[in-house]
Design a protein around this ligand. Structure first.
Ligand code: ATP
Ligand code: MG
Length: 482
């Protein structure tokens, strides 16, 4: 027996074992199956941490029991997908999807099987699954695995292969081609040639996939060590052209002499250089999407420029992300990261300039902007030492600002609107906001002034001051758009 298989029994969480025994006592068979079995076996084969894999997976169970029978055996059961035979059993606060063995079905719409038919044979159930590595079941009664399609061998040789005829399987359900791209990245597999070939022929069914499901797959792909593996497949095989055609202009778009790669290749490398936070990586995917539209040749410099590309990139994000059903908060976070990804810091900045930059970016996003900017610099393919040092220095100065508890928002001032109304007899209204913003400007320049008496004194002077000066902005920054 494969050494990985001989120990998998010890890695099945005790609650999953209990769930299967309960079904067993009632005369039903059951098998942990799919993603969890795959991830634990993969961890065992690649010297990863199988315990961590077992703990972080969602364990799904295939069973001969029908949903009603499962419901009668457990106290807390939610009918999560009853139409296709799935209920969620809650044990010790964790949900386990328990699905009745199902056979292959006809798909007329490229999304849903026309009907669901239950079967008794685990092998028939495994045959309807998408990839061989996902079609492995563990039998807790015998301690053996069911692996009719060679998923274990494919895991060992790190290959992603469709179960059965790839073209047919992809035509049945368009999500599978996107799952293929995602698994290539998250499991670090390569596409088996026939499976690879079938993708482009199956784009018709991919067009039927809902935006929400695409978004969810993207978010999973972003957690991979190298998410670029998924996005390269999407680009090469036409998925991206369907979902996000506005990103394709990056392919082959030449950059200035500081870059070794075109915009797309640079973007792929930025994606991988970012820490594995999905929204940060989404921002990385989009950070230069406006470059192709902003590219101009400057004859004096003898090189390309990309003025204001961060604004155009943000516009791409604002068009694409709502279409992919990202939430308002997610959209604005990513748009802000994209807008601010060029950090024009140099050592000449005063402390006040650092504070103004933090305010402009918004203090909460500063850490992510620095991460994105670092990834961006690293992905240029040229010596990044000086630029990274520059970012490190800014990070140290940012840490200093945070340690000093400098006020970076009106909320952090030592006076608030109520104080101004009470002490200065001001009525509620926009004047209050104007004065508070003026005080914040003052404190940004001179943090020591953030004291109640000093601020009230300044506020008194500001009352009625007719000159409504515009808010000073951060320092005018040199163009580093290349
Ligand atoms: P992850 O949980 O990491 O997203 P997974 O493989 O566990 O990956 P799930 O969506 O949890 O994916 O599905 C569990 C199992 O159900 C899969 O391993 C696979 O066997 C099967 N499956 C899921 N989606 C499909 C699909 N679109 N077509 C065929 N089988 C699928
Ligand atoms: Mg899963």
């Amino acid at each position: 027996m494969d050494p990985a298989v001989s120990v998998i029994g010890d890695l099945v969480p005790p609650t999953v074992g209990r769930l299967c025994r309960t079904l067993g006592r009632a005369g039903f068979r059951s098998w942990p199956v799919g993603g969890a079995v795959r991830d634990v076996l993969l961890a065992l084969m690649t010297g990863g941490d199988p315990k961590a894999a077992a703990a972080s997976c969602d364990w799904d169970i295939a069973t001969t029991a029908h949903p009603d029978q499962v419901r009668s055996l457990f106290k807390r059961v939610v009918a999560t997908g009853i139409a296709h035979g799935t209920v969620t059993v809650l044990l010790d606060g964790v949900g386990y999807e328990v699905t009745t063995l199902r056979g292959e079905a006809r798909y007329s719409d490229g999304r849903h099987p026309d009907s669901v038919s239950y079967v008794d044979d685990i092998r028939a159930d495994l045959a309807r699954r998408d990839f061989t590595v996902n079609a492995i079941a563990y039998d807790p009664e015998s301690g053996k695995i069911e692996d009719p399609f060679g998923g274990l061998d494919d895991l060992r040789s790190r290959v992603l292969r469709a179960v059965g005829d790839p073209a047919q399987r992809f035509a049945e359900d368009g999500l599978r081609v996107l799952r293929a791209a995602r698994f290539v990245a998250t499991l670090e597999l390569t596409l088996e040639p026939q499976t690879r070939k079938a993708i482009r022929a199956s784009l018709g069914s991919y067009r039927q996939v809902s935006a929400e499901r695409i978004r969810d797959e993207w978010m999973k792909a972003f957690r991979a060590r190298e998410p670029s593996r998924a996005f390269r497949i999407m680009q090469e095989h036409g998925l991206l052209e369907i979902t996000a055609p506005e990103l394709l202009a990056m392919v082959g778009c030449r950059q200035n002499r500081f870059h070794a790669y075109d915009v797309w290749e640079h973007t792929m490398r930025t994606l991988d250089a970012c820490p594995p936070k999905p929204l940060l990586r989404l921002a990385a995917l989009l950070h230069d999407a406006g470059k192709p539209a902003s590219r101009a040749f400057n004859h004096d410099k003898g090189d390309y420029t990309f003025y204001e590309h961060e604004r155009l990139s943000r516009d791409v994000a604002s068009a694409l992300l709502p279409r992919l059903r990202f939430s308002k908060e997610e959209c604005s976070r990513v748009e802000a990261l994209v807008s601010h990804h060029i950090v024009a810091y140099d050592g000449s900045w005063s402390d006040a300039a650092v504070r103004r930059w933090m305010r402009r970016v918004s203090p909460e996003l500063v850490a992510d902007v620095l991460e994105l900017s670092r990834a961006d610099v690293r992905a240029k393919g040229s010596d990044a030492t000086a630029e990274l040092e520059r970012l490190d220095e800014l990070e140290r100065r940012v840490a200093g600002v945070i340690a000093d508890c400098s006020a970076l928002s009106v909320r952090e001032l030592s006076v608030n609107g109520h104080d101004l109304m009470r002490e200065l007899g001001l009525p509620p209204g926009p004047e209050l906001g104007r004065i508070l913003r003026e005080l914040l400007e003052l404190v940004t320049e001179e943090p020591a002034l953030n004291q109640r008496d000093a601020l009230l004194e300044r506020a008194r002077r500001a009352v009625g001051s007719a000159d409504q000066r515009p808010e000073p902005d951060a320092p005018i920054e040199a163009d580093r758009s290349g």
